[in-house]
Every structure is written in structure tokens, then in C-alpha cells.
Design a protein around this ligand. Structure first.
Ligand code: NAP
Length: 264
């Protein structure tokens, strides 16, 4: 099976680190021109160099410092990607954070902030790239979600609720734009090694090494495969869906969680 993306333009939000970075590396290796996005310029610069290497000098790489909470930044992000790389063929709505709290104490501000970043961030980016995809009759969109989208754990808000909305958005777009060959899917993350876990380890008392911390997490959270996933394992699925190999798959919410989710 050939999962090439030669000449495609991929815009990946939240891609200076973690899963976004892993997708950017994989897509560049598969021949796509890649636009990475994040807020911190130093990280963007470092990751841009890594992606250029992965693309072996054959792909263009753009880096945009933008905050997905800000509508004006989202517009600038799409404009810059188009100016530097060409029309966007692939959009990965990946930027996000995980806010959790007790229902009775969560404020309107906490809810709004989570929904604004994850749901509205995706809505605004989709609205800007879909018209071009329609004209060219080719497009791929992935909403990166989490397993809480299908099975919200008690206390798993607001993040799981935003993710359920992101899954609903994905399904609606898949139905509306299938006729234009725009394929839209959701990837539901379980526990995958990334900077967010590194940050949690750094905030812990560091009695254990980072590797031991991850092994421990797999045990305490009862991960069925006995380990967290790697960002590359996640990126493999995104690459398949966004390549021509994934040409008849749309409207799916796929768990990439090593069997963690209680639902299919
Ligand atoms: N890893 C997991 O186990 C897991 C589990 C469930 C869901 N997820 C979801 O998967 C996605 C990727 O997570 P990750 O684990 O790869 O996170 P990560 O390692 O913390 O990386 C997050 C990336 O997104 C950027 N970012 C964060 N907020 C942003 C904003 N407002 N605007 C633009 N860029 C932003 C960060 O750079 P800056 O901070 O410099 O902006 C960084 O490049 C997220 O949506 C997350 O909620 C991950």
C-alpha cells in the first residue's frame, strides 16, 4: 500500500510539539508541503528544521506563530499557508489542551475557553479551507479528538464535551462535502506520549524517571496494551487517511487508543 502525499499542502494546527509535530514529520516524509502552527516561535523554528530534514529537501515547510483562540490569527494562518505553500489540501485540527473540573465548580469562562479553542478553532479553520477544496474536488480534514468524545467519563468536562461536539462537526461536514471528495474523519486519542505528559512529569516530584512515569501511568490507568502509544503510531493513521490510500473513508471517528475506549 502506498501512502504518499506528493505535492499536497497540509496545514496542521498545534504542530510544534507532540502529535502535531509527529504528523508534520510523517507527512513531509510522504512528500507533502507542510505548514506548522503553534504559539511559541522558538519551538516552531526548531521543529521547522526537523521537518525540512524529514522532507529530504523535496518539500516546502512554513511555520506560523498563531493562537487558535484568536479568529484573526486563524485567518492569518490560512493566508500564510496558502501564500507560502499553495492552496490547502489537508487540514488537521489538532491544537488543544485538556481542561477538567468538577461540574459544580466549573465556571462559564472555563467552558467557553475550552469550546472556543477546540470547537470554534476547528469551525473557523474549516470554513476558510473548504471552499478551495470544493473547487479542486479534493480535500482531507481530520479533527483530533479524545476517547471522551464517545464515552464521557464522570468529571470529564469540559474537554470531553468539546470533543463530542468536534465529532458531531466531523460527521456533519463528512456528509455535506462527500460529493466534493472532501473526506472528514476524527481520530480519538487515548494516552499517547507527548509534551503534555512530559509537562506533567516535570510538575511531579520527579522521584521516577520520565520513562518510569509513563510505565506507571500505563499501570494505574489500566491501559490494555500495558503501555502508552507513541506519537508516530498516531501519525501513521493520520497519514493513511490523508493519502490517496484513504480515499473511501469519511465520517469515521477512529479510536487510536490501544483498546482503552469502552466503546467502538
Ligand atoms: N497526548 C495525549 O495523550 C492526548 C490525549 C487526548 C487528547 N489529546 C489531544 O491531542 C492534541 C495534541 O496533543 P499533544 O499531546 O500532542 O499536546 P502537546 O504535546 O502539548 O503539543 C501541543 C501543541 O499545540 C500547540 N498549541 C497549544 N495550544 C495552542 C493554541 N492555543 N494555538 C496554537 N497552538 C497551540 C503547542 O505549542 P504552543 O504551546 O507553543 O502553542 C504544541 O505545539 C490536543 O488537541 C490534545 O488535547 C492528546
Amino acid at each position: 500500500m502506498d501512502c504518499r502525499m506528493d505535492g499536497r499542502v497540509a496545514l496542521i494546527t498545534g504542530s510544534s510539539r507532540g502529535l502535531g509535530r509527529a504528523m508534520a514529520l510523517k507527512f513531509a516524509d510522504a512528500g507533502a508541503h507542510v505548514c506548522i502552527v503553534g504559539r511559541r516561535e522558538n519551538l516552531l523554528k526548531e521543529t521547522k528544521g526537523e521537518i525540512e530534514k524529514a522532507g529530504k529537501g523535496k518539500v516546502k515547510v512554513a511555520a506560523v506563530s498563531a493562537d487558535m483562540w484568536q479568529p484573526a490569527d486563524i485567518e492569518r494562518m490560512v493566508k500564510t499557508a496558502e501564500k507560502e505553500l499553495g492552496p490547502v489540501d489537508i487540514l488537521i485540527n489538532n491544537a488543544g489542551s485538556s481542561q477538567r473540573g468538577d461540574f459544580l465548580t466549573l465556571t462559564d469562562e472555563a467552558w467557553t475557553s475550552d469550546i472556543e479553542l477546540k470547537l470554534f478553532g476547528a469551525i473557523r479553520a474549516c470554513r476558510l479551507v473548504i471552499p478551495g477544496m470544493q473547487k479542486r474536488k479534493w480535500g482531507r480534514i481530520i479533527n483530533v479528538l479524545n476517547t471522551g468524545a464517545k464515552a464521557t467519563p464522570g468529571g470529564g468536562y469540559p474537554t470531553a464535551v468539546s470533543r463530542a461536539a468536534g465529532m458531531s462537526l466531523m460527521k456533519g461536514l463528512a456528509g455535506e462535502f462527500a460529493k466534493d471528495n472532501i473526506l472528514v474523519n476524527g481520530l480519538l486519542v487515548g494516552r499517547i506520549e507527548s509534551d503534555q505528559w512530559l509537562r506533567r512529569w516535570e510538575a511531579s516530584n520527579k522521584e521516577k524517571t520520565y520513562d518510569e512515569f509513563l510505565v506507571d501511568m500505563a499501570k494505574t490507568q489500566k491501559l490494555p496494551m500495558g503501555r502508552v502509544g507513541t506519537a508516530e503510531e498516531f501519525a501513521n493513521m493520520a497519514c493513511f487517511l490523508c493519502s490517496d490510500a484513504g480515499s473511501y473513508i469519511t465520517g469515521c471517528a477512529i479510536n487510536v487508543d490501544g483498546g482503552l475506549s469502552p466503546v467502538v
